[in-house]
Every structure is written in C-alpha cells, then in structure tokens.
Design a binder for this molecule. Structure first.
Ligand code: ADP
Ligand code: MG
Length: 683
C-alpha cells in the first residue's frame, strides 16, 4: 500500500528519468506530488463551433483534420512549422504548430480531434497557434477545468496532471488534517481530501473556491500558530538589562535634529534594551525616513554598556554605504567601527576578524560575511539587520547565535499596513517611523501611455543633459510556463535605448541572472555617474542611494504592486535635484488606472500600502514574500482580510486551549515543517 512518503516512482509513467525531473520541482514523494498545486487553470468547458470562435477567445473545438498536415521550415531560422486545416461543418480552422514537428505524424487526415487554444479571427478566417490537441475518443481533459502547473524540462502538463490524479487516488483520503475538527466545523471548511482533489481538478468555480478557502485558511492558521509560538518562546528568555541608556552625546553629535518619529522609535528601543528581555523589534520606515540613525542610537547604547553591536546589510554596496556614513559619527563618540564583507582580501579580513574577536571593534558593519563560521565576537549584545526582508528568519538567527541572546533590531523599508503587520511580523514588536526629515522634495509622478514614449525620451535627454541620471524599469515577461527570465527583456531594451534613442549617452543594465559582483560593479559605475541610464527589472537594489539619479521610468507599471512601485520610486528623490517618476502603462482598465492614480496622488508609503490592501486584498502582500516568512502557496492567491482574521483568531483560541499542542500532534508537526522549509530560503 502506498502512503504519503512513497516515492514518485510509484506513479505509472514515472521512471527514473521523470522522477529526476520531478525532483527539480521539489517533488519526491506522493505527498509532495499532491501538494504541488496548479498556478492557474484553463477552462476547457466551452466547446464551440469553429465559426462561433471569437478573436482572442480560449475555447475547445471538435473538428476533423481535413488534409494531411504539411511541415515547413521558416526561412533563415531553425524553427519548423506544421500546418493543418480542420473542419467541423461550420467552417475551417487553420492550425499552426511551432517547433512541434511530431505533430505532422500524430495528426491523421480524416480523424477527429479536440483543439484547445486561443482563437484568432480575422474576417471569416479562424486560426489557432500551438493549440493543445486531444484525440476525440480520449477526452481526458476536454469539458473540464484543467490545472496548469509550473513546469520544468522533461515534465509536461499532461504528465503532471496524470501523475497528480494517480497520487490523489492513492492517498488523498489518508492525508492527516492539521485543522482540528471543531475549528473546521466552526469556520465551515471542507475536508482535506475534498480540498486536495478540487484544487487540482475543480468541478467548477464554486468548488475551487471552497477548496482554496480551506487551504488558505490552513496556511494562515499554521503560520499564526508558528509565529505565536516563536513569540512565546522569546518571552521566556531573560537577559542582562542595559543599565546606561543616556545617549545625549549621540544626539549632540548629529548634524541635524532627529524627527519626532525617530525620537519616539529610539525611545521604544531603549526601553526594550533596558527591559531585561532580548529585544525583537522591527522598525518600519519609508525610504529616506532615517532608519540608519535609529540603528546608530541603538548601537551606541550597546557599546556604552560594554557590548558589541553588528549591523548586517544585504549587499556590499549597502554595507559600505553604512560604514562610510556611520564611522565618522561613531568615532566622534570614541566608538571604533570595522567593515567586514566577503569581497575583502584575506589579509585585511584576518585583521578585522582579530579586532572583532578581541572586542577592539565595537561596531561591526558588514554583509552575510558577519555570520560566516570563522567570525567570533567577543560579546555581541545587539544585532541589527537592514532591509530585513532580504534575510530569512534563519540568517537573522544565525547572526543572533553569535552572541549570548543578543538584542535584535530589524529594519524594513517595505510599509505594511498595521492590520497586516501583526500577522506578518507576528514574532516581532513593531515601531513605525511615519515621518520624513524636513525639506524633502516631492517626487513628481505622472502616468503616461506608451504613445507618449517619444516625449518621455526627449524629457530624459534634457534631464540627463542637465546632469541627472535615469533608471528605466521593465517588467519581466512570463512566457508560458518557463521560469521568468529578466535577462532577455532587460538586455534587449537596453540595447534598443543605446542604439536607437540615446547613442550619445551611456546605457547599462542589471538583471537577476548577473553575479552579485557584476551587479555591484554596474551599480558602482552608476553611482559614480559613469552611466547615464540604468535599465533593470526590480532587482535595483533596495536601499541603494544614488542621490544624483532623478528620473525613474517604469514600463508596464500596471503589472507591479503599488508598494513595489513605491519602492522603485524611492530610488530617486534622494538629492537636491527635482525628481520625476513616469509610469508607463497601456492598460486602460478602471482598476489599473485607479491604482496608478494613487501613485500620482500620494508619496506616503503607508497610505499606498493601505490602498493596495483595499484594492487587492492581503494575498498580494504574502505573494511578494518580502517578509522573511514561510512561502505560502494558496493564501498568496486567494487570501482576504476576513479569512486572515478568522485564521488568526482560531490559532489564538487553539493555543489558549492547548498551549503546547499536546492534543494536536498533527498541527504541531505541520507548523514545524512550515517553518523549517522557510529556513534561509528567502531571497
Ligand atoms: P532609510 O530610512 O531609507 O534607511 P537613511 O537612514 O539612509 O534612510 O536616511 C536618509 C538620509 O536622510 C540620510 O542622508 C540621512 O543622513 C538623512 N537624515 C536622517 N535623519 C535625518 C533628520 N532627522 N534630518 C535630516 N536628515 C536626516
Ligand atoms: Mg536604509
């Protein structure tokens, strides 16, 4: 009898080779297989006559292949076409297959097939390109809602859906349910067995919704339990309170007065440090709100108490930026700083390591290098991580493990609405810096359609001639099932700009496939003003500060989340130059226009996040995974605020009744697994 741990080789049609391919998708066991959820669905319930097909519509037609298929080579390329005509009494359908030469022999004239695909209609002619084809007799997928899975080489949709179907038959009804019966009843959630079957092969829209609701609830419920337990565990710890929290000389040494929000946040931090429990605090503040100084205040306090402080940044550039900014200030206060990054030559590195170990370096600033095995601190009392969403829970705790229960401060520039912060940062206390230092310029934001590009380019040209610099962001194009590749989009766009529009300027690009070193090199050149226009996807490093850059042009702006647009826009407006953000979008839908209008109207990240939440629901916040939490699979797509609250309440209720989950071992185990799988996996 197969069980959940049985390997996928059990499935008919999965041999050694296919099993290897499935492994690449993280599918090893039957359990993994049935927990591999579709990323989308195709509704193949509409079967139409050829003549009824409308332009752009996805539908099935039943038709007979009229003539033997013919194959052609596309001149000047290696692509091969197979063309075939199919008829159903109402008209002819002209079908073209690209790069599927086998179609020539698998389609027989005189036989009936079902073609599913997007129709093109022009006049009376009806066409389909690369439709999916099923033999009329087989009909496994027609007339149903069909799952669409993320794929990898060697694994087709058909293989996966057949394998999943077998997997479900083998073990859907022995799946243990992590939701206690009473909670399931109270919140009207379907059984696991039903949920798993319907999420793969929904009988209809309602059934799918019921399944999703249950699975999303389950994820949020387990997440809430895990976070509550983390928080509970922390409250049991005690540590030596920091005795000296007077840092008035720090305030006096600053070149500017702190904002009220900065002061309030520092007050909250100092209270934590003196409280006798390890601090675990998140500081959320919009880009430019001055989080670094808040971190500096905490570090000064740690040093004054005879302890070391470490500040970890996600990239070398950021670490160096912090070091350059903080060292003069801290040295004025008699505090010694050291920089530790992966790129340092061995000799310099050894010297720094010695300083860190002896305690000669009181503040250590660096990248992941701070958590390498050979780094020993004399007495690490405070750990600060900057742009925390870039680090997983695991990396945070690896740095903490270098000290004896050090205080932890995490800083994030991603505004999260208060309503969500509670769950997303369930294991942290939250301070919010909701105020920018005075005198900041507002970034002028405009929304334009693609037709305005010529004028936009001309404007860029003027601004650059006047000494500015520009970012151009293009969105990733997801082609069918392939993992999105930003390299192509970015390099093509950059060379178009360079060759056709701005031959007299220097255009460069960064993308996600570049090595960190290469990326840093380009960013450094941009920083130094050697590059005028930087084309990239959203990999433009969060937190990077190029004050001279004053133009942000975002292509296909409607494809980004509002908070993401806000982050991108935050790359400009950092210097004295008037800055501009131009959102290009050809999406005329009311929703898209409403969202972009918010960007034009406000520069307040929290307000934008609230609006985003209102318009799109919380799924999007989870979806973007900028919070170092376990990846959610279903809640990403279908979570709403009400469900989130329900799940949170249910979790709180259960922990009240059974704090150690002794009576709920399945729940306890799933929570454990969820948090284990997130270890270090973020970003
Ligand atoms: P972020 O919150 O994005 O990390 P930073 O800490 O990098 O922001 O601060 C952005 C800029 O604002 C820095 O140049 C910093 O020196 C400056 N700054 C910080 N606080 C103040 C303040 N209270 N008044 C004026 N300038 C400030
Ligand atoms: Mg910062």
């Amino acid at each position: 009898m197969p069980d959940l741990t049985t390997g996928v080789r059990y499935i008919k049609g999965v041999g050694e080779q296919k099993a290897k391919s499935l492994e690449k998708l993280g599918i090893h066991t039957l359990r993994d297989l049935i927990a591999y959820f579709p990323r989308a669905y195709e509704d193949r319930r509409t079967v139409k006559k050829i003549r009824e097909l409308e332009d752009g519509e996805s539908a099935c037609v039943e038709a007979m292949v009229a003539d033997p298929p013919v194959s052609q080579r596309v001149r000047g390329s290696r692509a091969e076409l197979v063309k075939v005509r199919a008829v159903d009494g109402s008209g002819s359908l002209y079908v073209t297959f690209f790069n599927q030469p086998y179609m020539k022999s698998s389609l027989q004239a005189g036989e009936a097939y079902i073609f599913f695909g997007k129709a093109e209609a022009s006049g009376r002619r009806r066409m389909m390109v690369n439709p999916l084809v099923e033999r009329e007799g087989a009909r496994a997928l027609t007339g149903r809602i069909v799952p669409v899975y993320p794929l990898t080489a060697g694994v087709s949709q058909l293989l996966l859906s057949r394998a999943v179907a077998q997997g479900l038959d083998a073990c859907a009804d022995i799946l243990p349910d992590p939701l206690p019966e009473e909670i399931r009843r109270e919140h009207q959630l379907c059984s696991t067995d039903y949920a798993y079957r319907q999420i793969h092969f929904p009988g209809g829209d309602e059934e799918l919704e019921v399944a999703r609701r249950r699975l999303a609830f389950e994820e949020l419920f387990l997440l809430a339990i895990g976070l509550k337990k983390l928080r509970g565990r922390r409250e049991e710890f005690t540590c030596q309170p920091f005795a000296h929290t007077d840092i008035s000389d720090f305030y006096a040494a600053l070149p500017f007065p702190l904002t009220d929000a900065q002061r309030r946040t520092i007050g909250e931090i100092l209270a934590d440090l003196a409280g006798g429990r390890p601090m675990n605090r998140l500081v959320q503040g919009d880009v430019g709100s001055g989080k670094t100084m808040v971190a500096a205040a905490a570090m000064v306090c740690a040093v004054r108490n005879g302890r070391q402080a470490a500040l970890m940044a996600p990239t070398e550039i950021l670490a160096e930026q912090h070091c350059r900014g903080l060292t003069p200030l801290l040295e004025k206060l008699g505090i010694s700083c050291a920089l530790l990054t992966g790129a340092m030559p061995a000799k310099a590195r050894r010297a720094v390591l010695a300083e860190v170990e002896s305690g000669g370096a009181q503040v250590v600033i660096g990248t992941h290098a701070l958590i390498s095995a050979d780094v020993r601190y004399r007495d690490l009392g405070l750990v600060v991580t900057d742009e925390q969403h870039r680090f997983g829970v695991a990396q945070r705790s690896a740095l903490s493990a270098k000290g004896e229960r050090p205080h932890l401060l995490v800083m994030s520039a991603t505004p999260i609405p208060r309503t969500l912060a509670l769950i997303i940062y369930g294991d942290l206390d939250v301070s919010i810096i909701d105020q920018l230092p005075p005198g900041r310029q507002r970034i002028r934001t405009a929304c334009r359609s693609g037709e305005g590009r010529t004028r936009i380019y001309r404007f860029m040209d003027q601004e650059i001639a006047a000494g500015g610099q520009a970012y151009v962001i293009c969105s990733m194009v997801e082609e069918n099932d392939a993992v999105p590749d930003d390299r192509k989009a970015v390099t093509a766009y950059a060379s178009m700009l360079q060759e056709q529009i701005f031959p007299h300027l220097r255009v460069a690009c960064v993308h996600g496939r570049m090595k960190p070193k290469e990326k840093d090199a380009v960013m450094t050149a941009f920083s130094a003003g050697e590059i005028h226009i930087l084309v990239s996807t959203t990999v433009v490093e969060v937190g990077v500060d190029v004050p001279n850059a004053n133009l942000m042009v975002i292509e296909d702006a409607d494809r980004f989340g509002l908070s993401q647009l806000h982050q991108l826009r935050g790359r400009v407006g950092r210097g004295s130059r008037q800055s501009y953000c131009i959102l290009i979008s050809d999406n005329r839908s009311e929703e898209a226009q409403a969202r972009l209008k918010i960007m034009v109207q406000t520069g307040d990240g929290f307000q934008i996040a609230e609006e985003d939440l209102r318009l799109r629901g919380p799924g999007d916040f989870f979806g973007r995974r900028q919070h170092g939490l376990p990846a959610l699979k279903v809640a990403d797509l279908s979570c709403n605020m009400a469900l989130l609250k329900e799940a949170q309440q249910a979790a709180a209720g259960l922990l009240e009744r059974d704090p150690d989950l002794e009576a709920h071992p399945i729940t306890a185990q799933r929570v454990e697994e969820l948090f284990q799988s997130s270890g270090g996996a973020m970003n």
